[in-house]
Structures are given as C-alpha cells and as structure tokens.
Design a protein. Structure first.
Length: 307
C-alpha cells in the first residue's frame, strides 16, 4: 500500500508540474504577444512619420512575430484538445493550414517592402537617423526579452523552440536597423535606410521560404521534414519476427505530431503482440508516435488494390 501511495504521490507531482508548465507557457505567450503588438504599433507610427523604410519593413517583420507567436500558442493549445466524433484527430491539422496562410501573407508583405525600398533608392528623401536608432533599440529589448521568456522551455516543445529562435533572430534584425539609424545620423547617407529595408526583406524571405515549403508539403500530407521513409522501413524490418513491410504512409497530424500506417508481414502471427510493441517503440524513436499497423502472415497475399 505504501508503494502504491508513493506512485500516486509521484503522479500527482508530475501532474502539478505539467499544469504549472502549461500556465507558465500561456503567460509567456500572452506577454510576448502584448509586448510585440505594442512595439509594432509604435514602430509603424514612427516609421510612417519619419518615412523610414527600415522601420516600416522591420515593423512588418515584427508583425510576423506576432503571427508566429499566435500560431505557436494556438498549436500549443490545440495539442491539448480532445478528439470529437466529427473531428477524430481533433483540431491539430489547423496548425498546418494557419502556418501556410501566414507564410503567404508574409510573402505578399515582402513584395510591398521591396517595391517601396527600391522606390526610395531611386528617389531618396531626408529622414531622422536618431529616431530610427532609438526605436530600433526598443525593438532589441522587446525581442530579446520575449526570447528570454521561452528560453527555459525551448527544448521541451518544438513550437516553443520555434518562437524562441524567431524572436532571437529578430533581435539581431533590430540591431541592424539600429546601426543604420546611427550611420544616417553620423553621415547623412539616407540610402542606408532602403538598403536595410531590402536586407530585412531578404531575412523574411529566407525564414518564410522554408515555412512555406514545409507548410505546403504537410498540408498535402507529404512526409514531414527529418523523416526518411527508407530508414523507417529499414528500422521496421530489422525488428525480429518481421519478414517485410509495405504500403507505408507517413504524414503529419499537426506541426508537431506525425502518424504512420503500414502493412507488416510476420514470420509467426503468434508473436504479434510482442512484435507490435517493438515496432511502436522503434517508430516512436523515429519521431512517429502514432502508428496504425495491419499484420499479415507470410503465407497470406495482400490485396493488390490496397494503397
């Protein structure tokens, strides 16, 4: 009885820790979103007032941070949602669709930034470098602090890690805008501003390109990044008792969870439960926690119409 009580106490402690982590992350997401929305408004207003493409493009980039944080928080929340009779996988796939929409909007914004920056290079206008430097300096603090909010949990959840890396990278972008403001103040070279605008646009494209590619592939139920079908098949066939594996399908249930279906030919159906347990352990090690397996005997012929 004492041993069972210890286990119950340990489970209660783990549950309390899990609940505390969820509350802590929810608070981090909300604080990060509020800080970045406030900064975007200020940066956009200052950029518009002083006619700075560096600030306006960075404001667009920081707006993408808000969308990224919202997406990460949504994915974090939806990962905890239960399935329903109508949505048997829950709402996990919506994270992929939102990610795809977010990337398309960002690419459109990049087009606007590039066109305006080129126009400013052809027709330069005087701008206040000091105002740009001070505003970008605030951006360094906001992005750096937001990244710090996610630092302790970045290795526990891929969405949290993505939010951390995004904010840390944006702190570096804001440093670039700050430097351009200082250069303009000292030299009066206003051409530096649209050049920085183009550089920021380049950073956005570099980050959005992989997001667009991965989101499009996952929305079409393609094999998720980092998973090799050949290696997965080799891992499965290496399990003792497995003669062959075919009709393998691997797709993403969400931006963080992968699933697989496959037909497995066994040497001996009497060992089915043992082999199934080992297969699922191997698949979990390959980043596929959800596996549905159909077992066949070596003597049976699989239907050719199966796919």
């Amino acid at each position: 009885m004492a041993h069972e009580h210890e286990h119950a106490h340990a489970r209660a402690g783990l549950h309390h820790h899990h609940e505390h982590r969820i509350t802590s992350l929810n608070r981090a997401f909300l604080v990060g979103i509020v800080l970045n929305v406030g900064f975007v408004v200020v940066e956009f207003a200052v950029g518009l007032f002083y006619g700075s493409m560096g600030l306006l493009s960075d404001a667009g980039h920081n707006l993408s941070d808000v969308a990224g944080l919202l997406l990460a928080m949504l994915a974090f929340r939806l990962a905890q949602a239960h399935a329903t009779p109508r949505y048997t996988y829950g709402y996990k796939k919506s994270t992929v669709l939102i990610s795809l929409l977010n990337s398309v909007i960002l690419l459109i914004a990049v087009g606007v930034i590039v066109a305006e920056s080129i126009g400013r290079m052809l027709h330069p206008e005087p701008i206040a470098g000091g105002a740009i430097a001070w505003t970008a300096g605030v951006g360094v603090v906001v992005n750096g602090f937001t990244a710090w909010l996610f630092m302790k949990d970045k290795e526990r959840d891929l969405n949290v890690k993505g939010a951390y890396l995004h904010m840390a990278a944006d702190a570096l972008v804001s440093i670039g805008v700050l430097v351009s403001g200082v250069v303009i103040s000292w030299t009066g070279w206003t051409v530096v501003d649209p050049v920085v605008g183009l550089a920021v646009a380049g950073v956005i494209v570099a980050s959005v390109w992989s997001l667009t590619r991965d989101s499009l592939r996952l929305s079409l139920d393609g094999v998720p990044e980092g998973i090799d079908v050949g290696r997965v098949e080799a891992e499965m066939t290496s399990v003792e008792g497995v003669r062959a594996v075919h009709h393998i399908h691997i797709w993403a249930m969400s931006t963080t969870e992968n699933a697989l279906t496959a037909h497995v030919v066994l040497e001996d159906l009497a060992r089915l439960e043992e082999v199934k347990r080992r297969l699922k352990e191997r698949l979990a090690g390959e980043g596929i926690p959800h596996a549905t397996l159909e077992f066949e005997s070596a003597a049976a012929r699989c239907c050719d119409l199966c796919d």
